[in-house]
Design a protein around this ligand. Structure first.
Ligand code: GDP
Ligand code: IMO
Ligand code: MG
Length: 422
């Protein structure tokens, strides 16, 4: 058996949560492999909306195992809040939500370091979600981090105090920020009891056993490929590998165990936070995309920056991910547009180019657009590819031809059932 992967091909918020929730029924296990509560994955069904930050998006499917892999960074306070809201929704999870012992813990002081670092950067700030992601991954690679498995070790309090003391020293080099250490520390330690009530696993062994037993596994990405620490628009990125390679290190599997790679792209493009965005529309059209697409962050509520779909950017992230199939979401957002567009090239250094320049932050690049006729009709009751308006099919086929990857799914609304499988 192999592990299938769902991940975002743009700057996050492509609709990964919705698609994972939909497809989860075909799997036995859904596993998150990186990121942390910077993620906000929205699911809509039965008239309700749920936003998940740490918990994998397979949790609403009865009997399905949900695994939080070693590549994830976990804030136990946010995690506890998520679990309480699952309880309120009568979702049973105790026996089927597993956490890797090797996942790293986000401490309250990690969040303050995040805030202080952003304040220090001033105008050049990353636009972080301020969940402590960067500082926690820094402690992981700096070999100072605390891991989930440590919470059951006798010396845990001392490990915590040591790391906290180091953080308090570090905070002195930054602009002063307000925080309530005693209050947050108390809540943090209390939340560890909820974490301890779950089953801890070594995901590498767990998944190996599961694959040998013929279990079907779906890996759920967070963020998007353009936020990847190595290949994204550095330094305006997150701190983990968001691409397919992250599945190997974030769960403990070998590359040949990766099966289908389902890359998700919106029918247009958004980004939240700072950094370059070649096709951004800082005009009425961008505003229309934001309003029609309700483009406000699931985690922070910030308005998302909007622009046209960017084919050279998608070509780049297809190369990085080995995408075997595409899923286009939010195509319905374009219903009322008379004309839509896609970037096919970038113009920089005096010529048209398909590759992203080394430093997208510095480069003066101009996207070259191809225009498409809009369909100007609702996609409300359309459940087959062939029933889509011909203009929508032309748009999808242009994407397929450009990328050489088939579009296998088209999402026509936020609700679970609004999905065309081809
Ligand atoms: P994720 O982080 O990739 O899981 O995506 P988010 O949940 O942050 O953002 C996607 C938003 O678009 C959510 O509000 C979803 O409910 C919504 N959404 C997902 N698919 C569609 C779709 O096909 N059409 C529309 N209109 N909304 C969608
Ligand atoms: P999902 O999984 C969109 C962005 C932040 C910021 C940068 C670094 O919902 O798609 P961080 O908090 O990681 O230090 O922020 O990355 N970012 C996201 N943008 N969707 C996300 O997750 C994101 N997670 C982080 O806005 O620009
Ligand atoms: Mg999101």
């Amino acid at each position: 058996m192999q592990i299938d992967v769902i991940l975002g091909l743009q700057w996050g918020d492509e609709g990964k949560g919705k698609i994972v929730d939909y497809l989860a029924n075909d799997y036995d296990i859904v596993a998150r492999f990186q990121g942390g509560p910077n993620a906000g994955h929205t699911l809509k069904f039965g008239g309700n909306k749920y936003v998940l930050h740490t918990v994998p998006s397979g949790i609403f499917r009865a009997g399905l195992i949900n695994l939080i892999g070693n590549g994830v960074v976990l804030d136990p306070v946010i995690f506890q809040r998520e679990l309480r809201s699952l309880e309120q929704s009568q979702v049973e999870f105790k026996s089927r939500l597993l956490v890797s012992r090797k996942a790293h813990l986000i401490l309250p002081t990690h969040r303050w370091l995040d805030a202080a670092s952003e304040a220090h950067k001033g105008k050049a700030k990353i636009g972080s979600t301020l969940k402590g992601i960067g500082p926690t991954y820094m402690d992981k690679t700096g070999r100072n981090g605390l891991r989930v498995g440590d919470v059951n070790q006798p010396g845990f309090r001392d490990l915590y105090e040591g790391l906290k003391t180091k953080h308090l020293e570090l905070l002195k080099i930054y602009p002063a920020i307000d925080f309530d250490l005693a209050g947050e520390e108390k809540a943090w330690f209390e939340s560890l009891d909820t974490l301890r009530s779950l089953q801890f696993v070594d995901s590498e062994y767990y998944i190996d056993d599961a694959l040998r037993a013929g279990k079907r596994i779906l890996a759920e990405g967070a963020q998007g490929s353009m936020l990847d620490i190595d290949f994204g628009t550095y330094p305006y990125v997150t701190s983990s590998n968001t691409i397919t390679a992250g599945v190997c290190t974030g769960l403990g599997i070998a590359p040949q165990q990766v099966g289908r790679v389902i890359g998700i792209t919106k029918a247009y493009c958004t980004r939240v936070g700072g950094g370059p965005f070649p096709t951004e529309l800082d005009n009425e059209t961008g505003e229309k995309l934001r309003q029609e697409g309700m483009e406000f962050g699931s985690t922070t509520g910030r308005p998302r920056r909007c622009g046209w779909i960017d084919l050279p950017q998608l070509r780049y992230t297809n190369i990085l991910n080995g995408t075997t199939e595409l899923c286009m979401t939010k195509i319905d957002v374009l219903n009322s547009f008379t004309e839509i567009a896609a970037a096919t090239h970038y113009r920089y250094d005096g010529k048209d180019q398909q590759n992203l320049p080394y430093d997208l932050c510095q480069a003066e690049i101009e996207p070259v657009l191809q225009h498409f006729e809009g369909w100007q009709s609702s996609l409300e009751d359309i459940y087959s590819f062939d029933a889509l308006p011909k203009q929508a099919r032309a748009f999808l086929e242009a994407l397929e031809n450009y990328l050489g990857v088939p579009v296998k799914m088209v999402s026509t609304g936020p609700e679970r059932e609004k999905l065309i499988i081809r």
